[in-house]
Design a protein around this ligand. Structure first.
Ligand code: SF4
Ligand code: SF4
Length: 447
């Protein structure tokens, strides 16, 4: 029986981890379909951003209640991974509480205390996370917080958000089944496989377990195994679910914040094609660098965007904080910066799938601009940067909007008529208005 469990565990773990690596490679390849761009070469600053924003959740605290609930779930998720190490060791060796018994056999008392501290923390945080998860489900489905119940989330995004919360509840239930079953078996003292830990029971399961200790041994072993297998299977399912979910931000928030842009918000990124031409006009000795392939202005499709914008799209948590502060959205325009990120991710997923199935020349005669994001949406943007300021993981929907607009105006010559008048005025009068440059100082004639 023991050997079957070990074989099953190894088989499931290796298959799940391999599948995850295949999915991770798929996402990496999709991001790398983007245009090359150097973001910054300051690793210290990048690490600071990552520690403050991704690890420290700094920007989450703009909304305190959501931040506290998120923090409990996030810390509990992180710390639960400690117990997972032991679950893996037990799975591969067929042991039980192998890590603790290793410390005990070597009389490493400090590490035994550390072990108890960790599991007690896991149990306390799991209880808090249970209530935080219920609160999140409540906010989404009963309170219907506006940014979390917009029609753009109908279908998979809403199901995805709820599913993950249900996963979280199930994981907590499994952890407690495992620990309560284990402690009840220790108290019963009839199974050699569940020896008493010399530190006693853990802080929460240790309180509940005595109520279970009179149950038949077989039932308690079933409870413990149900929790143990449920825990590990759910983690492995979750590992393979994440790459297809908005919860990919759990992993990608870290590289995304490392590669935050150093430029001040509002500073637009120059187009090298235009910049080189202007430089050559001002300085005849300037020789523009050789450009590989076709020079494009802006982005018509997702592959014309920088790899950083594609990483942004995969790191988006779909929290809607950007949309909630977007003045265009608030005044009833079609634009939602969250939807810009979701559509960009959908498009690069479709392109990546097409390339994998039909080769690098794949074309479905569609493009991000037009088929996934409309002209009306991108023209509604005021470029105010509120979405960028608000995003908890330093995503910039504005960069994508600007690139799409550049393509619309400079490649498709499809700017609105009012804009064309302004462009003509800038070209002829060096100002957006219809006045001759020679009249510019007329206002000061009488001064
Ligand atoms: S920059 Fe554009 S998309 Fe972002 S909040 Fe302002 S108007 Fe909305
Ligand atoms: S872009 Fe940022 S603020 Fe907007 S939904 Fe995604 S993670 Fe949230």
């Amino acid at each position: 029986m023991q050997i079957i469990q070990i074989a099953l565990f190894i088989l499931i773990s290796v298959a799940s981890i391999s599948l995850f690596l295949v999915q991770a490679k798929r996402i990496y390849d999709n991001i790398m379909l983007g245009r090359k761009e150097k973001i910054h070469d300051d690793p210290i600053w990048g690490i600071q951003q990552m520690l403050l924003i991704a690890f420290g959740q700094k920007k989450m605290f703009k909304i305190t209640s959501a931040a506290l609930l998120h923090l409990v779930i996030y810390v509990s998720f992180l710390i639960t991974q400690i117990e997972l190490i032991e679950v893996f060791v037990d799975g591969f060796t067929g042991g039980h509480r192998s890590v603790y018994h290793f410390f005990e056999n070597h009389r490493w008392v400090f590490f035994q205390h550390l072990y108890y501290l960790s599991i007690n923390m896991i149990e306390i945080l799991s209880v808090l996370a249970f209530f935080a998860t219920i609160a999140f489900l409540w906010r989404r489905n009963i309170l219907k917080v506006p940014r979390l119940s917009m029609s753009e989330l109908n279908g998979w995004p809403k199901l995805d958000a709820n599913l993950i919360l249900v996963f979280e509840l199930a994981l907590i239930i499994f952890i407690f089944s495992m620990n309560i079953g284990d402690r009840a078996l220790q108290l019963k003292g009839t199974s050699a496989h569940y020896p008493v830990l010399n530190g006693g029971g853990f802080i929460v399961s240790g309180l509940i377990a005595p109520a279970f200790q009179n149950l038949p041994e077989g039932l308690l072993i079933g409870l413990e195994r149900f929790g143990w297998w449920g825990h590990i299977l759910l983690v492995l399912v979750f590992l393979n679910y994440i790459p297809n979910s908005k919860h990919l931000h759990l992993m990608l928030a870290f590289p995304n914040t490392y590669f935050s842009r150093k430029e001040p918000k509002g500073e637009m990124i120059n187009m090298p094609g235009v910049m080189n031409e202007v430089k050559a006009m001002f300085d005849p000795s300037f020789t523009p660098p050789e450009v590989e392939g076709e020079v494009k202005f802006g982005a018509k499709d997702a592959t014309d965007l920088s790899w950083k914008s594609l990483l942004d799209a995969y790191a988006c948590t779909e929290c809607g904080r950007c949309t909630a502060v977007c003045p265009a959205n608030q005044t009833g325009k079609l634009l939602s910066p969250r939807l810009i990120m979701m559509r960009t991710r959908d498009r690069i997923e479709d392109i990546g799938k097409g390339i994998r199935e039909h080769g690098p020349e794949f074309s479905d005669n569609k493009s991000l601009l037009g088929d996934y994001i409309t002209k009306e949406e991108i023209l509604a943007c005021t470029t105010c940067n509120a979405c960028v300021e608000e995003c908890p993981v330093t995503i910039s929907p504005l960069n994508i909007i600007l690139e799409l607009r550049r393509s619309l105006v400079m490649e498709a010559s499809d700017a609105p008529a009012e804009w064309n008048t302004m462009f003509t005025n800038i070209e002829n009068n060096q100002a957006p208005w219809q006045f001759s440059p020679s009249d510019r100082m007329k206002w000061a004639d009488d001064l």
